[in-house]
Design a protein around this ligand. Structure first.
Ligand code: A3P
Length: 300
């Protein structure tokens, strides 16, 4: 056997590995750049309206629940294949080219958008409902979503470290929540908590209606509470789950987007040491008012 063959093969393999890495970096960078440009272009052309409503959240904080509640309060029916038809994800639709700023014009007011963006990237006009959920519960729920939807196979402690470092989609929970808390005093911003919705649905939603200037009867609130209950939504989960059948063919599976809908799971799962790291991460953003957000991270 020619002694040069293994050596040449190794060299070729190293070259290809280098090229693969470079192309992979280029692909990610190009993908990020393309989404960012599409989004920025859409944002510039978007005609904001005073009546627009944005359900803004860090993921796993009750976004879908609130979107659906608002849809029902508006008198909407369940005649959609996916919730995004009646309540689109503002930045993602434009970033991925699913829709355009012009097509948003066709929606009747009040339009209800979903967003995971920090306040700075959203339009000036509109009303903003920001939902906050216990951070530890968010971490648990997000870990499960990473496993069911994002091909993550690590255990909770591995994910938790990433979560604390903000090395997950949409960045740091601590930074996100703190950023919105700082604008909570603005008249067109209303904070709501997932736990309040869970334990005191009627009063919490009535309060949201007051913020929106909607008058809704007690009967209607009770009806909406039943239709937007966890079991009722779970029964038609496909309408809320972003995974389509096509994605299932790629090795992802449905049935886990609306997982349990409970509070306190996080506290039960974390150790004292993990909890201490959580508290420490919280204090970082209180101490640093000069928050900057990296836009591409929000456009996946
Ligand atoms: P769990 O994973 O803890 O079950 P988002 O829509 O922001 O991604 O939030 C998803 C979380 O909200 C999931 O939490 C989901 O089950 C919960 N959720 C959705 N609809 C709910 C409802 N009607 N009641 C309670 N929780 C709900």
């Amino acid at each position: 056997m020619n002694i040069w063959v293994p050596w040449v093969q190794r060299l070729a393999d190293q070259g290809l590995a280098g090229a693969e890495k470079a192309f992979s970096v280029a692909q990610t960078t190009t993908g990020d750049a393309l989404r960012t440009v599409r989004f920025l272009r859409g944002r510039q052309r978007f005609q904001a309206r005073d009546e627009d409503i944005y359900v803004a959240t860090y993921p796993r904080s009750g976004t879908t629940w609130l979107q659906y509640i608002l849809h029902l309060l508006k008198g909407g029916a369940d005649d959609f294949t996916h919730l995004s038809e009646v309540s689109p994800w503002w930045e993602r639709c434009m970033a991925l080219g699913y829709t355009s700023a012009e097509r948003f014009e066709l929606y009747q007011s009040p339009r209800v958008f979903k967003s995971h963006l920090p306040r700075q990237w959203l339009p000036q006009k509109g009303r903003f409902i920001y939902s906050v959920r216990d951070g530890l519960d968010v971490a648990v729920s997000y870990h499960m979503l990473y496993r069911s939807h994002l091909r993550f196979s690590g255990d909770f402690s591995e994910f938790y470290q990433r979560f604390l470092n903000g090395e997950v989609q949409y960045g740091s929970w601590f930074k996100h929540v703190e950023g919105w808390r700082r604008v909570a005093h603005e008249p067109n911003v209303q904070l709501v908590s997932y736990e309040d919705l869970q334990h005191n649905f009627v009063d919490t939603v009535a309060n949201l209606c007051r913020f929106l200037g909607w008058s809704v009867s007690p009967d209607k609130l009770t009806q909406v509470e039943a239709r937007a209950s966890f079991p009722a939504m779970k029964a038609q989960e496909k309408k809320f789950d972003p995974i389509t059948e096509t994605l299932m063919h790629q090795g992802l599976y449905q049935g886990h987007f609306l997982r349990q809908g409970t509070s306190g799971e996080g506290k039960a799962v974390v150790t004292e040491a993990m909890r201490a790291k959580f508290e420490a991460a919280c204090s970082v953003y209180y101490a640093h008012p000069e928050i900057e957000f990296d836009l591409p991270a929000f456009l996946h």
